[in-house]
Write a protein that binds this ligand. Structure first.
Ligand code: NAD
Length: 269
C-alpha cells in the first residue's frame, strides 16, 4: 500500500533531507505535499528542486489545511508552536504524524498526548537507528553498573540549534534515570560553575557544546573508581535522522491511534 507523505518545515535543514530520503526510499513511500511557514519566501517553489533532487512537481504551500486531504502521514521537524498546531489538524482529520521537533514543555507534551488519542503519532527525540540502539545499551549499562558510578551526559551540536540540552541528551538521561529508579527532574544537573561542592552520586550531569556545523554528538559516561564506560554516538549526516523518520512514517500508516516512538518502529521494546 502506498503511503502519501507530507513534509512540513520543507525548506529547513531536516525538511530538505527528508524530501531527499523519500526520493531515495522505495515506490511505496511517496512525497505528496510540502509545507512551509505562510510567510516563507519559498512558497510555490518545487520541493524536489529545494532538496537538490530535480523537479518533482510538488509545490511548497503555506498551510497544512490546504493539503491535509492528500496525505496519509505528516512528518514534522519544525518548531514546537507549529508542531502543536499541526497535531490538532492531524488529529481532526485522522492523519498520522511523525514528530521530530524537540524542545516541548511538559504541558505541550500533554497536548501531543491528547492528539494521540485521536490519531497515530510517532514522536522521538532522535530518529537514527544508531541512537536507538544506544538507548538499549544505556539501559543495560545503567542496570549493571548501578549506583557505583557517576553518570554524565555530554552533547554537541551546530551553532544554529535553539534548544539545550538536546532532546536526545534528555532522552538518554531519562533512560538511565528510569533504569536506576531515579526521578530525572530531581537528579538532573544542567551545567556547573563556581563553588559546586563534591559531586552527589545520585545526580546525572548534562554538558552542552554549540559549535560550527556539528550534526550531533552524544556521549554518556559511567565513571567509577579505576575505570569508566563511555557510550558514544556521532551523527555525520542528517540523513541518519531522515531515513529513520521516513521508515517511521511507513510503519505508522498501519497503526491505530496512540503515541509511539522509534523503539516501537524498530521493534526494540
Ligand atoms: P530548521 O530551522 O533548519 O528548519 C525548521 C523549518 O521549519 C524552517 O524551514 C521553518 O521555516 C519551518 N517552519 C517554522 N514554522 C513553521 C510553520 N508554522 N509551518 C511550516 N513550517 C514552519 O531546523 P532543523 O535543524 O531542520 O530542525 C527542526 C527541528 O527538528 C528542531 O526542533 C530540531 O531539534 C529537530 N531535530 C530532530 C531530530 C530527530 O531525530 N528527532 C533530528 C534533527 C533535528
Amino acid at each position: 500500500m502506498t503511503t502519501r507523505i507530507g513534509i512540513t518545515g520543507a525548506a529547513g535543514r531536516m525538511g530538505r533531507t527528508l524530501i531527499e530520503a523519500i526520493d531515495l526510499a522505495g515506490e511505496e513511500l511517496q512525497l505528496a505535499a510540502a509545507i512551509e511557514r505562510p510567510q516563507s519566501s519559498l512558497l510555490g517553489a518545487d520541493a524536489g528542486e529545494l532538496a537538490g533532487r530535480g523537479s518533482n512537481g510538488i509545490a511548497v504551500v503555506g498551510s497544512l489545511q490546504e493539503v491535509i486531504g492528500d496525505i496519509d502521514v505528516l512528518i514534522d521537524f519544525t518548531v514546537p508552536a507549529a508542531t502543536l498546531a499541526n497535531a490538532q489538524v492531524c488529529a481532526a482529520h485522522q492523519v498520522a504524524m511523525v514528530i521530530g521537533t524537540t524542545g516541548f514543555t511538559a504541558e505541550e507534551q500533554g497536548l501531543i498526548d491528547s492528539a494521540a488519542g485521536k490519531t497515530a503519532i510517532c514522536k522521538a527525540s532522535n530518529f537514527s537507528t544508531g541512537v536507538n540502539v544506544c538507548f538499549k545499551l544505556l539501559d543495560m549499562a545503567a542496570r549493571v553498573l548501578g549506583d557505583d558510578v557517576d553518570i554524565e551526559v555530554y552533547e554537541a551540536h551546530h551553532r544554529h540549534k535553539i534548544d539545550a540540552p538536546s532532546g536526545t541528551a534528555l532522552s538518554m538521561g531519562q533512560v538511565v534515570a528510569d533504569a536506576l529508579g531515579r526521578d530525572l527532574d530531581k537528579v538532573a544537573v544542567y551545567g556547573r560553575q563556581g563553588q559546586t561542592d563534591a559531586r552527589d552520586r545520585e545526580t546525572i550531569g548534562f554538558a552542552t557544546v554549540r559549535a560550527g556545523d556539528i550534526v550531533g554528538d552524544h556521549t554518556v559516561t559511567f565513571a567509577a573508581e579505576g575505570e569508566r564506560v563511555e557510550i558514544t554516538h556521532k551523527a555525520s549526516s542528517r540523513m541518519s535522522f531522515a531515513r529513520g523518520a521516513v521508515r517511521a512514517a511507513g510503519w505508522l500508516h498501519h497503526q491505530s491511534a496512540g503515541l509511539y516512538d522509534m523503539q516501537d518502529v524498530l521493534g526494540l521494546k
